[in-house]
Design a protein. Structure first.
Length: 167
């Protein structure tokens, strides 16, 4: 009985998160972004601004862990500082409802794209990435590169990388 009593607050928190609606800062790209086919298409969404791209998947446990640990902290740190956050969900094209539930569950703001296979392949090839999550910094001039902090994310190092890119 004691074990159950200890689990009640955890279960209540999970139920609460599952019932959440989208963050007021959540933006779905037109057609959920499913018509975007290249990194160039994504770059057009953030023209003239610095952006952090998070390549993730709802099925990816490390992705979910890193989003839960860092997404809201990064968004809060850069609020009002001309930095966009773009979350590109990969290998989820047939899982739109699960994708939207995860976005609400984690209260992720920023722009959201449900990547088709062409977009995923183009981005991963261009940044020479092999797995998820993958983080990419886009500078105001449209240049881009993977962040040096990948998995597990060093939050302070990633903040510094974004700040330098935003100069």
């Amino acid at each position: 009985m004691c074990i159950l009593k200890d689990l009640v607050p955890t279960i209540a928190e999970l139920v609460k998160k599952q019932q959440q609606t989208f963050n007021t800062e959540t933006i779905f790209v037109k057609n959920n972004g499913t018509q975007l086919n290249t990194l160039k298409d994504v770059l057009a969404l953030t023209k003239g601004k610095t952006a952090l791209v998070d390549m993730w998947g709802t099925w990816c446990s490390p992705c979910r862990t890193e989003i839960e640990k860092n997404a809201l902290k990064l968004e809060a740190h850069f609020k009002g500082k001309n930095v966009n956050f773009i979350y590109i969900s990969n290998e989820d094209i047939a899982r739109e409802q699960e994708w939207k539930k995860a976005i609400a569950y984690f209260q992720i703001g920023g722009m959201h794209i449900l990547a088709n296979p062409r977009l995923t392949k183009d981005i991963m090839n261009k940044v020479k990435a092999m797995g998820y999550p993958t983080y990419i910094i886009i500078k105001k001039d449209g240049s881009y590169r993977q962040t040096t902090s990948q998995l597990p994310v060093n939050l302070q190092a990633m903040i510094k990388e974004i700040e330098v890119a935003n100069l």
